[in-house]
Design a protein around this ligand. Sequence first.
Ligand code: BG6
Length: 321
Amino acid sequence: MAMASIHISLPTLTPPNLRRVNRYCLQAPKRSSPVVAMASSYKEIATSGVKVTEGEGKLPKVVLTGSNGSEADVYLFGGCITSWKVPNGKDLLFVRPDAVFNGKKPISGGVPHCFPQFGPGQMQQHGFARNLDWSIIDSENVQGDPILTLELKDGPYSRAMWDFSFQALYKITLQTKSLSTELIIKNTDNKPFSFSTALHTYFRASAQGASVKGLKGRKTLNKDPDPKNPLEGKEERDAVTFPGFVDCVYLDAPNELHLDNGLGDIISIKNTNWSDAVLWNPYLTMEACYKDFVCVENAQIGNVQLEPGNAWTATQHLSIN
Ligand SMILES: O=P(O)(O)OC[C@H]1O[C@@H](O)[C@H](O)[C@@H](O)[C@@H]1O
């Protein structure tokens, strides 16, 4: 059995905020390893509000619990946040009913990563980051708000399709009414590389009643009807709705969008450095669930060029009032 490598330093308590910090490295077990056998190791992670448990398909899942009743689930497989519950108990994210938790196929729902390629291209659709086990490298609790940092590095699986050394750091902060992430991509190679990326966020919604504000006047690349030849255009609507199949890239999108999920919530989607946005709803191509979600994705569609030693950082801040 492949054992996890865990380096744990004692928690540091810093009055008056009792800021508690754990620094450790927990490698997710190899996919063939029995996850149950790792459970005792998970218990050793002792940051308040951060607990590693066994999730669906026995995959390791980190549960973040805020002191005011918010909660988030994060699967190490794919570094995928699958649930974000606000204090009233509503889960604002959506996982498709056809999602599999087998450590092989990407988890279809929540906030999957698309990296180092958005969409189709030289490698598999949306790249490999959603198909790999991320590692926990840090956790903190700051005044009741749990913070988790995951890491993904190159390995044989990624090298086979993208032959570069990289480090991705993904810091997730849960607050009472918000869920924030910071993604840092660092070129740890001795040659430049380029990538595109996205956070493919699935929001629980009534697709019929949902709309997104903030995109008026932006350039569009509409993948409907032909994804291979996206139509260039300009968004004319104040509120973009989902009356049928939607698959549209918005170039140079603003730093804040507002999603009305049609279920009584207005979700603010703020970002820094995610240059573009994508709206997606599969309509009848996913008859079983298209009515229940919309994807609003912060994306970087054009390639980012990174020189050795350089890093690219982007943040997403989801919040409700
Ligand atoms: O089914 P996947 O690989 O998760 O992708 C879903 C969709 O993801 C969206 O981001 C793309 O714009 C769509 O073209 C794509 O169909």
